[in-house]
Design a protein. Structure first.
Lengths: 161, 786
């Protein structure tokens, strides 16, 4: 099937099998390997991308379901050389260790901040509760997303990364 | 000459991590990101039965699928003498089954195809005939004389018993129990769990048919050891094997062993002359690779009426699965479990352990702990709490009374370990103060009077991490020491190559800080390389919290070795004798004339351009560190819980963790390690378990059944620290990556049992699901009797 997907702002087309998973369309067909695959059952969130701005687990969607829609992956977070506040904040607050869940966590954080610019600890924890991290115990991920909120609001100067 | 005074960001600095720059941009290179020209994909067919004889395999339909390049069976592997491989405990394990299958999920055949979807389609067309045999699902059943023998492949193996092992002094312990004024016992099962890193295991095997060069990209925590094992098993010349461990999405012990998938992919690449990629799916990861724990333990403690501990007796039965594949030092059958005397001055102890084969996956890896230390720590800390209640003492007071005193270090335990340093009273007192322990006990009394179930749990663990020394510790004969190589370039920037492999611990940052501390080059100017056996010095790898204790020590030592030469060059530049040069904070100066200074950058340039006559050019070195002893980090954890008497749901109100891991290289990273370990410890205490039904079907083989803590359930952690340096480590550091997983499960369980003790509940085995807690409350007669 021929599909057309806007990926990180660029229109991409592909001719794919109907059963091709969205995560494989992104990783294999489009070559964007920042999206990771962790569990195959929508449980871990490593494969999270934004579909029309909403976080989805790309391991449980077909590529064809993205036809005519807009996908944002970790590679689309930064605007050129300028990092998104969640990227700055994850480094600043030590919100990542092995880095495997990080793409999904940052995208969920970005989506959260767009609807809630000043999330509480509980707000962040609920938002990321579909994403598993085995390294950090979540403490610093929560702090990072809250720092990103302050950077976005202009309350804090982003540190150099 | 430079006189800049920028502070050197060495030990104790919260340096932001270098590795983050690629990860936050999605530019890491994990195993599944590696794509080679002509690369094929492999998928593995696994046994649906726990125990069955294979009577036939028909691969013809699978072979005929367009896009399928090869189907590999055990028979084909046997033709190349690769149907079996050695395990890390010196047993053998089937690579692809030939005679029978011994656990559900065991590897039976593999399809190699042009793409993964085709390979998985073809798996369904392989017809395997099985004749089921009675499965042996528990080690208790395995040890019965009429149990089916699982390892019929092993000559002389006429039962399922693998080993009997003892440690300590039986006679002295028997005497302690004969003289005891009180004896407290506990039977507990530490269930089978799984490290479950978010990235599964996988490899890309690339054997060049023209040159014989074998490059194997692999999710490995121990690439050098794997290279040697591959050379020994496959008969490949070691210089032509290059193991590359790329970015790793978490390991926690899961990525220490060699798995059949690696061997089959490598053999397939050798046979087909093309690169072969194999990536596990999640179910394969949980059902077949490195499980952890699975110990059935009995502990007894002898005490005086005043609470003085006089003896400890422990027996355990280990469920090893179908192949004895524990990743552990050869000399010790149950790892370092005999650290079970913990933080207490126990004059006598005796441990017996037996291992049994069962029809379950092999593995026996240390899930974020040093070789079975978490099982030991759990048992003693649960037993101590029960002992306190039985004697009518407060559990904190009983611990404080029996701790090894700080003046007793180095302390030789009843099972023969020499603890390097510690101040257990200080760590516990800090934890008690932070959590307001004495006030909490009063609040608890009041809550109980209102019928509320509030519990306070403590655990004071002592860990043992950083194996070697050489003389006692090896894996398959490979002695446990590690190397580091430092090269300083003319502009004063350096490359450090280390033998250990990061999986998120931040080696690229912390090891650069060690160099910074020792020679004054800023961490951002030190590139740390690891994970590629062609380009790094030999070593046994990253697990059991051994990176900092061993390779970190090697890093400090090689930097000091290079600094000795640097001092000679500095003397030459300063036109004084070497004895008159002193080094501090990155600068070489003349004793008594501190304004006469050269920096390491000045020296580095001179090392290639202006060095004394008779000296070789260059500024580099290599060091292999054989640790004189292990390091013994410790701490006290305190947990406060509320239990709902009607539902069994328990919630953590507070979690205080005081850790002492000696000198902290990067406190930010240390705290991150502790957070992660506490979360995994919470998961083990509350929800993680690999379960089986009576037929040996694994019924916890995905993340909807094998539950992991999310941010929502995970408690908020409050940390504290004391610093007792290791006296034998060059920078006084101890390992820390696993302390929190070792120490915390007992603290969580102790808190729940503390809440339920007045009801008559004496033990609940992990994981403490609300259903199990509710059942325990009901079995004790319900919650109303308070």
């Amino acid at each position: 099937m021929k599909i057309s997907v806007k990926v990180n702002g660029t229109e991409r087309t592909a001719d794919v099998e109907p059963r091709l998973l969205l995560v494989h369309l992104i990783r294999e067909t489009f070559g964007l390997t920042g999206t990771h695959e962790g569990c195959d059952t929508t449980s871990c969130g490593a494969c999270t991308v934004l579909l029309d701005g909403t976080p989805v687990k790309s391991c449980t969607l077909f590529g064809v379901q993205a036809d005519g829609r807009e996908v944002t992956t970790v590679e689309g977070l930064a605007a050129g050389a300028e990092l998104h506040p969640v990227q700055v904040a994850f480094k600043e607050e030590h919100g990542l260790q092995c880095g495997f869940c990080t793409s999904g966590m940052m995208l969920v954080g970005k989506a959260l901040l767009e609807r809630n610019p000043d999330p509480s600890d509980d707000d962040v924890r609920w938002a990321i509760s579909g994403n598993i991290c085995r390294c950090t115990g979540y403490m610093n991920i929560v702090k990072a997303i809250q720092l990103a909120a302050r950077i976005k609001a202009g309350a804090t100067e982003p540190a150099k990364v | 000459m430079s006189t800049e005074t920028e502070e050197i960001r060495g030990l104790g600095h919260r340096v932001k991590r270098k590795e983050d720059d690629r990860f936050i941009r999605g530019k890491g290179t994990y195993i599944d990101d590696i794509k080679l020209p002509g690369m094929l994909h492999m998928a593995i067919l696994r046994s649906p039965y726990a125990h069955a004889t294979i009577t036939g395999i028909d691969t013809s339909k699978a072979q005929a699928v367009p896009g399928v390049v090869a189907v590999v069976t055990g028979e084909l592997m046997a033709q190349h003498k690769l149907a079996w491989m050695p395990t890390l405990s010196g047993d053998t394990q089937a690579v692809l089954a030939t005679d029978k299958v011994r656990f559900q999920g065991q590897e039976v055949a593999a399809v190699i195809a042009e793409d993964l979807y085709t390979a998985k389609d073809a798996l369904e067309l392989i017809a395997v005939e099985y004749e089921p045999i009675e499965p042996v699902v528990t080690p208790q059943r395995a040890m019965e004389s009429d149990a089916p023998v699982i390892r019929t492949d092993k000559e002389g193996q006429d039962s399922n018993h693998i080993y009997h092992w003892e440690s300590g002094d039986k006679d002295a312990t028997d005497k302690a129990f004969a003289d005891a004024e009180a004896v407290v016992a506990l039977d507990t099962f530490y269930p089978r769990s799984h490290p479950a890193p978010v990235e599964t295991c996988g490899c890309v095997a690339d054997i060049n048919p023209a040159t014989g060069q074998a490059t194997i990209y692999m999710t490995s925590q121990a690439p050098h050891a794997i290279r040697t094992v591959f050379a020994l098993v496959a008969g490949l010349p070691e210089e032509k094997i290059r193991i590359v461990s790329p970015d790793i999405g978490g390991g926690f012990g899961n990525k220490v062993p060699v798995y059949p998938g690696y061997v089959v992919a490598t053999a397939a690449s050798l046979l087909l002359g093309r690169p072969v990629k194999w990536i596990e799916d999640r179910t394969e990861n949980l059902i077949s690779t490195g499980f952890a724990r699975d110990f059935h333990m009995h502990g007894e403690m002898a005490l005086k009426k005043d609470g003085t501990m006089t003896g400890l007796r422990v027996s355990l039965l280990a469920d090893e699965g179908a192949f004895h594949a524990d990743a552990q030092p050869s000399k010790f059958k149950v790892g370092l479990f005999h650290i079970v005397t913990g933080s207490y001055d126990l004059p006598a102890a005796h441990v017996t352990a037996d291992g049994a084969y069962t029809n379950k996956a092999p593995g026996g890896v240390a899930y974020r702990c040093s070789f079975r230390v978490t099982e030991a720590s759990y048992l003693i800390e649960r037993l101590v709490q029960n002992a306190a209640y039985e004697l009518g003492m407060d559990p904190a007071d009983l611990r404080l009374k029996n701790f090894i005193d700080k003046d007793q270090f180095p302390y030789t335990s009843a099972t023969g370990f020499v603890y390097d340093s510690g101040d257990y009273h200080a760590a516990m007192n800090m934890a008690l103060e932070k959590v307001s322990y004495r006030e909490l006990r009063k609040e608890q009394e009041e809550a109980r009077a209102r019928g509320e179930l509030v519990g306070i749990g403590l655990a004071s663990f002592t860990e043992i991490v950083g194996a070697g020394p050489h003389k006692d510790y090896d894996i398959l004969g490979l002695k446990m020491s590690d190397g580091a190589e430092l090269r300083i370039h003319p502009t004063g920037k350096a490359i450090l190559k280390i033998s250990v492999q990061t999986q998120g611990q931040g080696h690229e940052t912390t090891f650069a800080q060690i160099v910074a501390e020792e020679i004054g080059i800023q961490p951002e100017d030190v590139k740390v390389m690891h994970g590629d056996t062609d380009n790094t010095p030999y070593g046994l790898g990253t697990y059991a919290s051994r990176s900092t204790p061993v390779s970190g020590a090697a890093t400090a030592m090689v930097t000091r070795r290079v600094r000795e030469k640097a001092a000679k060059i500095a003397a030459h530049l300063l036109e004084v004798s070497e004895e008159d040069v002193e080094f501090a904070k990155g600068k070489f100066s003349v004793k008594g004339a501190p304004d006469k200074v050269v920096t390491i950058q000045d020296v580095a340039f001179a090392a290639y351009t202006n060095f004394p006559d008779g000296m070789e050019a260059g500024l580099e070195g290599v060091y292999y560190y054989d640790p004189p002893n292990l390091t013994f980090p410790f701490g006290t954890y305190a947990v406060v819980v509320e239990v709902d008497p009607d539902t069994g749901v328990w919630k953590v109100r507070r979690m205080v963790a005081v850790d002492d891991c000696g000198v902290r290289i990067n406190p930010m990273i240390v705290e991150g390690q502790i957070h992660g370990g506490l979360c995994e410890g919470f998961g083990i205490a509350a929800m993680e378990q690999i379960t089986f039904d009576e037929d040996g079907n694994c019924i916890g083989a995905n993340f909807t059944d094998y539950l992991l803590p999310t941010a929502w359930e995970t408690p908020r952690f409050e940390l504290g620290e004391t610093v007792t340096p290791s006296p034998h480590h060059p920078i006084g550091a101890k390992g820390v990556g696993e302390s929190a997983t070792v120490g915390s499960p007992a603290a969580f369980v102790n808190a729940v049992i503390d809440a339920l003790w007045p009801l008559g509940v004496r033990n609940i085995d992990m994981p403490l699901t609300s259903a199990k807690v509710w059942e325990a409350i009901q079995a004790a007669g319900g919650s109303k009797k308070t």
